[in-house]
Structure formats: C-alpha cells, structure tokens
Design a protein around this ligand. Structure first.
Ligand code: PLP
Length: 385
C-alpha cells in the first residue's frame, strides 16, 4: 500500500501505540480521584499536557484537552462569543475547514455577523480586506494556519498584528500545521490555537485548545469540574496519553521527518510536473506545507484517477476527507478561482512520516500512465485549458 492521504489522517506511530497499550493495561484510575491510582493518572495527564505546552511555547495551564480538532475550533469560536455577548461580529477566511466554516454558519443563524476574508489564486488571505473588516466590535478573528487541501500557509503573525491593533482576539486552526512546520503561540501571537491527535500520528478523538492566560472564554460543555472547569467530562485519558507521546515523538524526529518528507515531496513534484502534460499545482509554490501536493489534471474527473490509483493500492484524496462523499466542488478550490471542471479534476497527495522513496517510485510509475489512459477516453478536451 502507498498511503498518500496523511492530511486526512495519519497511521498511529508504533511508539504511541505501545505507550497507549501499556497505559491501558496498567491504569484505570479516574484522574479526579484523590487516592494513589487516581493521582498516578492525574500525573500522567499533566505530563502529557506539559509536553504539548512546551511544543507550542505555552505553559501547562494554557492547554485544554478536547474531543477533536473540530471541538477545539467550536470551543474557541463559540466560547469567545458566549463570554463576550456585547460583540456580535467575527471574521474567518473563505477557505477554513468545515469545523470553523460551519460553526460560523451556525453562529450566523444566531444573529452573529460573519465577515469572510477572500483568498488569492494561491490561497493566501487578503490582509487589506482583514484590516478593513476588523473593528473593536469584532469578538474574534479565526484564520487557519495551513490549509488542509492546498497546504497554503497563512501569515498568522500579520493577522495577529492587525487584530491586536483593534484589541481583537485571534484564533488559529493549526490542525494541519502542527507537526509539519514550527507552531509557536508566542511567535504567532495568537490567543487561541487548535490541534488534533490523529494528524500527528496520534489517536483519533483527542484534540487540544491552547487558551492564552487571561482570555475571556466560556466552556462549551458543562458538568463536572474537569479541565479547570473549562471542559467537563472525565478525561479521555488513553487519548491524552497517545497525544502526549505523539508530540514527544514529533519533537524527537523533527529534523529527520522534515528532511525526508521534503525530499520525497520534491521528487514527486518535479516528476509529476515533468512527466504529465498540463498539470497545474493548486496552492502556493513556496508558502506551502511541502508534503501537500494538490494538482489539477485538466480533462479528467479526479474520482476516476482516485479509483484507478486505488486499484494499485495507492491512496490519495479528491478534496478534504470530510467532503469526499459530496457532489459539490470543494469550497477551497472555488475560492482560489478554479473553474468547476478544473476543481473536479484535482487530486491531493499528502505525504507523511512513513512514506518511502519506493512509494514515490510506485506513484511515478502508475500515475502518468493512468492519466494518459483516462485522457484518451475522456470526452473533455484538454487543449481547451
Ligand atoms: N481543522 C483542519 C484544518 C483539519 O484538516 C481537520 C481535519 O481534517 C480538522 C480541523 C478537524 O479535526 P478532527 O478530525 O480532529 O475533528
């Protein structure tokens, strides 16, 4: 199998699996219990919190565990609005993940005004639009760090500068950047930041939200006093252990992983562009997560390419995993101005820690032939593009 869909989810790192199995076997205590078996788990949870905090440049008390990246995004947006009811305006970008986009759509139905920052043809946000849109009445600006479909990296430092001048809080969804590029809450100067376990070789169903000390925010889930009264519910201890270990391994392998993914992505990119006529990279040439390669193959339906690759056990994606079963054209590809037929011809390949040179060779052997054969039988005229 050649797995090139690491932006959808990543395989569990063996060391994470081992740590989780060991924890499952040895611990069952409730971290809120005051006797030793509870205290031991409390300490394990807090060690994971410390590891994550350090990796983000935060302090331990600023990290709150959640059930997913999606919950972290909901918590940030709805939590800030609930705590600041006098402010009825938020700003997001046109290419946010549905976790932010649909939350904003929901908030609109509750009387919140939402401004959508447009992006250029490379998926970079329009900072002038943002400057004009943000006012002291804005409750929150939420712009993703790296886009899941294109890999485009947004200038979050600039977003924070512009927002801070108006005294407005900033959230960034760093689910796709954490683990791939440096993510430091001090450098980015954000108030809130979301991460997710299963994008960094950790388990699914665990995420975290960084909340800068002193940020006015309400809980999303009420109940017991877990997570310092901010997120009720007995902690997902096994998920937390997995996330902590995933972050530890990430730091340990940082240079090695980065070098390897970049080397393989460069090879894949150079050869796709060299061997396949009329391919077009969607996204930014340089300000991009290197391992995310989204290409349009004019004249083809991406679904046909995906299925042909799948018969060879090569797994890629046609858009964000969450919209895979939808007939609609990706809102991200529309936002960068692609015609619907070009958007529908686009394939995303996302590389990760466990890809090898051999994987890339297999793709470069199969893909050009698949594209050529499908184009031969395509009713669409590629010379038109
Ligand atoms: N935000 C981005 C940018 C994502 O890519 C994803 C997952 O695809 C999410 C949020 C949602 O994370 P989770 O699957 O943990 O809910």
């Amino acid at each position: 199998m050649v797995y090139l869909d690491n932006n959808a989810t990543t395989p569990l790192d063996p060391s994470v699996a081992e740590k989780m199995a060991e924890f499952l076997r040895e611990h069952f205590g409730n971290p809120s219990s005051l006797y030793p078996i509870g205290r031991a788990v409390r300490e394990i949870v807090n060690n994971a919190r410390e590891t994550i905090a350090k990796a983000l440049g935060a302090s331990r008390s600023e990290i709150f565990f959640t059930g997913s990246g999606t919950e972290s995004d909901n918590f940030a947006m709805r939590g800030v609005l609930n705590a600041n009811p006098e402010k009825k305006h938020i700003i997001i970008s046109d290419i946010e993940h549905p976790a932010v986009l649909r939350t904003a759509n929901y908030l609109e139905t509750k009387g919140i005004e939402v401004s959508y920052v447009p992006v250029d043809q490379y998926g970079m946000i329009d900072l002038d639009f943002l400057s004009d849109a943000v006012t002291p009445q804005t409750a929150l600006v939420s712009i993703m760090h790296a886009n899941n479909e294109l890999g485009t990296i947004q200038p979050i430092e600039e977003v924070s500068k512009i927002s801070r001048e108006q005294g407005v809080l900033v959230h960034t969804d760093a689910v796709q950047s954490f683990g791939k590029i440096s993510v430091n809450v001090k450098d980015l100067d954000v108030d809130l930041l979301s991460i997710s376990g299963h994008k960094i070789y950790g388990p699914k169903g665990i995420g975290a939200l960084y909340i800068r000390k002193g940020t006015k925010i309400s809980p999303l889930i009420y109940g017991g006093g877990q997570e310092r009264e901010m997120r009720a519910g007995t902690e997902n201890t096994i998920g937390i252990v997995g996330l902590g270990e995933a972050v530890r391994v990430m730091k340990e392998r940082w240079n090695e992983d980065k070098k390897q993914v970049e080397k393989l992505a460069d090879k894949l990119k150079k050869n796709i562009e060299g061997k396949i006529p009329k391919v077009k990279l969607n996204g930014h040439e340089t300000k991009r997560i290197k391992g995310t390669l989204n290409y349009a193959f004019p004249g083809l339906e991406a679904e046909a390419v995906l299925l042909a690759l799948a018969t060879k056990e090569i797994y890629v994606s046609t858009g964000s995993a969450c919209s895979e079963d939808s007939e609609e054209v990706s809102h991200v590809l529309s936002a960068i101005g692609l015609k619907p037929e070009i958007a529908r011809s686009s394939i995303r390949m996302s590389l990760g820690r466990f890809n090898t040179e051999e994987d890339i060779d297999v793709v470069l052997r199969e893909l050009p032939e698949i594209v050529e054969n499908l184009r031969k039988i395509s009713a669409l005229d590629i010379d038109e593009y």
